[in-house]
Structures are given as C-alpha cells and as structure tokens.
Design a binder for this molecule. Structure first.
Ligand code: 1PZ
Length: 206
C-alpha cells in the first residue's frame, strides 16, 4: 500500500486531509475553493489499493471525475463558480460537465462515508454485506442497471474485513477511530455541496 508522507496509514492521511478541508470550509465563510477540495478527494483513491482489482474500474471512474475537477480549478476558483458556469451554459446535468462530475464525486464520498458508518465490528456482518448495503443506499439509485450488476458481481471479490484492516495497516481499534474522523470531517463537506446545488434551485435526484 502507498505511503503518504507524514502520515502513519492511508486512512489517517485521508482523515487528516478532510479535517483540514472541513476547517477551510468553516474559515471560508461559505465559499469552498475547488483546488483543496479536489486534492482531498484525489487522496481518497489510495483506499482503492486495498480493495483489489475488481474495483479498478470504480477507481478509474472516480479518479477521472476528480481529475476533471482538478483541471477545472485552474479556471474556476470555487465550487460555487463551476455550478454558476454550468447554469449559464445549461450544462449542469450534462455528462462530463464539472457540475455533474462534482455531483458524482460527492456520491463517491458519501459511499465511503456510509460504508465507514456501517463498517462491521469484529464478528459482525461481512465487508461484502456492509459495502453492498452502502452502495445500494447511496449510489445504486443513480446508476444504470448494467453498472449495478457489475458492482454486485465485484462485491464477491472484496477482501474480508480482517484482510482489509491488515492491508490498511490498521488494527481493530484504530480502524474505527480513523473512519470516525473521516465521517465527522466529511459530513459538513457533503452537506455544503448539497446546499450549494439546492440554493441554486437544482434538485438532487440525479
Ligand atoms: C471503500 C469503499 C468500498 C465500496 C465499494 C463499492 C464500489 C462502488 C463502485 C461504483 C462504480 C461506479 C461505476 C461507474 C458509474 C458511472 O456510471 C457514474 C456516472 O457517470 P457519468 O454518467 O456522470 O459519466 N459515475 C459515478 O457515479 C462516479 C462515482 C463512482 C463512485 C465510486 C467511488 C467510490 C470511492 C471508493 C473509494 C475507496
């Protein structure tokens, strides 16, 4: 698994990045900058390395969306501005637009957050069950039948809970602690993105 400078584990690095982002959000009086946001989202992909090859396509899909936002940050300063830009061009929901990719990346964050919230305790349900539930709750309503089928098949290739903890270089105790840090930091970010769309009269049913 990749080593991140200055952080003990991949999970701790991701948690720390989102804690810093949550602090920026708080300090920024309601305007979050796109560059630090997309950098933090980019870091989440190090968790894919622990999931195995079956989720390579999910990683590529997620990374493509994040990279589009990184690219957009060169011309648009804030999350707010990319949505305004797409509103002016009537491209908010258009495939490949920055706003649509922001919506997709937000779904990815919510998926990880929800899985962490439902991460089984030792002796609890399997990782496959927890991940299937989180996917079904968060992403499946917005994915096509073909994608849902592929994800369902991929679930069988997930590592066990114990294997995942070892691959993440965590322990039974530390894994829940780091996941909780991410959950706490990610909640206001997700809420902020939803409010951004809603404040511009854009629904979230897509
Ligand atoms: C630790 C997390 C384990 C959970 C494992 C569940 C994996 C979910 C796999 C999701 C596969 C998504 C495949 C592609 C979906 C695309 O159709 C959509 C629509 O794209 P568009 O039409 O706008 O071009 N793309 C997305 O929804 C992108 C978001 C994917 C979210 C998956 C990333 C989750 C991050 C996990 C990090 C470990």
């Amino acid at each position: 698994s990749p080593k991140v400078a200055g952080s003990a584990t991949p999970l701790a690095a991701v948690a720390q990045a989102f804690e810093e982002l949550a602090r920026l959000l708080e300090a920024g009086s309601g305007d979050l900058r796109l560059a630090p946001f997309s950098d933090a989202c980019s870091l989440v992909s190090i968790l894919f390395d622990s999931l195995g090859l079956a989720f390579k396509f999910a990683e590529m899909e997620y990374v493509a969306k994040v990279n589009d936002l990184i690219e957009a940050s060169k011309t648009h300063d804030t999350l707010n501005k990319i949505i305004d830009h797409d509103l002016e061009n009537d491209t908010v929901r258009k495939q490949g637009s920055h706003s649509r990719n922001l919506r997709r990346v937000r779904l990815g964050l919510d998926l990880v957050k929800t899985l962490f919230e439902q991460f089984p305790s030792s002796g609890g349900c399997s990782l496959k069950e927890a991940a299937s539930n989180a996917y079904g709750q968060v992403c499946a309503p917005f994915h096509t039948w073909a994608i849902r089928k592929a994800v369902g098949a991929g679930m069988y290739a997930l590592p066990t809970r114990e294997q995942l903890i070892v691959r993440l270089n965590e322990t039974d105790q530390s894994v829940h602690k780091e996941m909780q840090r991410f959950i706490n930091a990610c909640n206001p970010i997700i809420q902020y993105i939803d409010n951004l769309f809603l404040s511009k009269k854009i629904s979230l049913d897509w």
